[in-house]
Design a protein around this ligand. Structure first.
Ligand code: SF4
Length: 332
């Protein structure tokens, strides 16, 4: 089993050795998933947040400057219809951390399940919530939840998020105990972050027993305290994806659009490094412009771009592995 030191070494590989790492990661992916890449249809449902992360333009201090929006239950059901028309059965709702999303999303879930005749995974990324709220969302029919720890270094976490790592991990434990397929991951390139700390991010995710893991390079966003900090290194991020695949071949690992933002072709490289999830954006153009997670000129994956990229790589767009008739039982 790979330990922190092994993973740290993998993060440093470049050139020929890096190619070999990617090749191994692709082989491990293929053993479990074949050519299948899970498509998620995401919609961003609100852009207010009570948290004040140093790297995020949606941070609390920016609330007054941003044009805020919050979708209602009806809008979520409508978007789910559009997602289903594209043959995607992972419906993904994402928002800043505010309590209102619990009710809005909770009320939409049974209607969406009905729309899909239950052949659907409802994936949420709505931040820290009380255990009772997670419980409610699970009872309503939510399948999975992404709550990235961002960094496993407690001091850095506190400096970057102004929240304790402990509180984040407690929420992740709640999600796992309630039966959510749970995702985590980190950001590569935060100020003062070491390679060892990134290696620990991966090992921590394994030790917690999560089901999905994601890494994104840091993207300096305007109107944030880190607007002048350099972008995260794409090679280190790709190696983190490949190392994650070796640490747990069963993980769902997305190739995130931030890779393309930091390097042309970066998202394609993510699949070559062993990623197996693509997130396609179904947020309206107007709300997408207001979502601001990487600033106004972020790169958004729309359906046509996504299918073209996968075809180029010889990969197949696939449905949920956690729910519905194409679920992979072996993933548990
Ligand atoms: S990263 Fe998430 S929790 Fe932090 S400010 Fe942005 S939306 Fe809020």
């Amino acid at each position: 089993m790979l330990n922190e030191r092994d993973v740290e070494e993998l993060l440093t590989l470049r050139g020929h050795e890096q190619e070999e790492l990617f090749e191994r990661a692709r082989q491990e992916r293929e053993k479990v998933f074949g050519t299948r890449v899970v498509l998620r249809g995401v919609t961003e449902i609100g852009n207010s947040c009570r948290v004040n992360c140093e790297f995020c333009p949606m941070r609390r201090d920016n609330t007054r400057e941003n044009e805020t929006f919050l979708a209602d239950t009806e809008a979520l059901v409508e978007t789910a219809k559009t997602i289903s028309e594209h043959g995607i059965n992972v419906v993904f709702f994402q928002a800043g951390e505010i309590p209102q999303t619990t009710k809005i999303v909770g009320e939409a879930i049974p209607r969406i399940r009905e729309l899909y005749d239950d052949d659907v995974e409802i994936l949420l990324n709505l931040g820290n919530k009380k255990r009772s709220e997670y419980e409610y969302l699970r009872e309503q029919g939510a399948t999975s939840y992404i709550l990235k720890h961002e960094t496993s270094d407690p001091d850095l976490n506190l400096r970057m998020r102004h929240e304790t790592l402990e509180s984040r991990l407690a929420c992740m434990s709640d999600l796992l105990e309630l039966g959510f397929k749970t995702g985590s991951g980190g950001i590569v390139g935060l100020p003062g972050q070491t390679l060892r700390s990134i290696a620990r991010d991966i090992v921590l995710a394994r030790d917690m027993g999560i089901h999905m893991c994601s890494f994104a390079p840091f993207v300096p966003a305007p109107n944030t305290p880190l607007s002048d900090w350099p972008s995260g290194d794409v090679d280190t991020t790709l190696n983190a994806l490949a190392a994650s695949r070796l640490v747990n071949p069963h993980w769902l690992i997305p190739s995130v659009s931030a890779l393309a933002k930091n390097r042309e072709g970066g998202q394609k490289s993510g699949y070559l490094a062993g990623a197996n999830v693509m997130t396609v954006n179904f947020t309206s153009q107007r709300n997408s412009d207001r979502y601001l997670i990487y600033g106004k000129d972020r790169f958004v994956v729309r359906p046509n771009y996504g299918s073209g990229l996968l075809a180029e790589l010889g990969l197949t767009p696939g449905r949920s592995v956690f729910a519905g008739k194409d679920a992979l039982i072996a993933l548990g």
